[in-house]
Design a binder for this molecule. Structure first.
Ligand code: ZN
Length: 147
């Protein structure tokens, strides 16, 4: 089974163009694309399986909660290790990470230790969740300059 990674192109349903189109993978978690960029409208959105997919993944889980969280019992270790892969789209603006800056969702950041990542969640006024290549981190942001 091929390992999905950020940067490669796959077919996905574009929520803006409203059709199946080629998308570049922006972020992968546990070998599933989570964020993609449409090669037609260059919009970035969460991954949707192609409507014309011969095996619609949504069919089996219709009505049920999205199977996002991996089953804890699947691994012996209590800490579930996620496989994360991200790649900024060409031309993406990448902001150098500083804890005094304020970041918003889907923004690209460059971190001295973790490399380039994308903000996946804003956790209140002072924390953000960022997916870097291989790791998800919670970082401080929007911190006052003089502490
Ligand atoms: Zn599109």
């Amino acid at each position: 089974m091929a390992l999905l990674r950020a940067g490669i192109e796959i077919d996905a349903y574009c929520t803006r163009c409203r059709m199946d189109l080629t998308h570049r993978i922006i972020a992968v978690v546990n070998n599933k694309p989570v964020k993609v960029e449409c090669r037609t409208c260059y919009g970035t959105h969460n991954y949707r399986a192609p409507k014309s997919s011969p095996v619609p993944v949504e069919k089996a889980t219709r009505g049920a909660a999205a199977p996002r969280a991996p089953k804890a019992s699947a691994r012996r270790s209590a800490a579930v290790e996620e496989h994360i892969s991200v790649a900024p789209p060409p031309g993406a603006r990448i902001h150098g990470y500083r804890m005094t800056d304020k970041f918003s969702r889907d923004q690209w950041v460059s971190h001295k230790v973790f490399g380039t990542g994308v903000v996946t969640q804003v956790l209140g006024d002072d924390k953000i969740e960022v997916h870097f290549d291989g790791v998800s981190k919670v970082l401080v942001h929007n911190r006052p300059e003089d502490t």
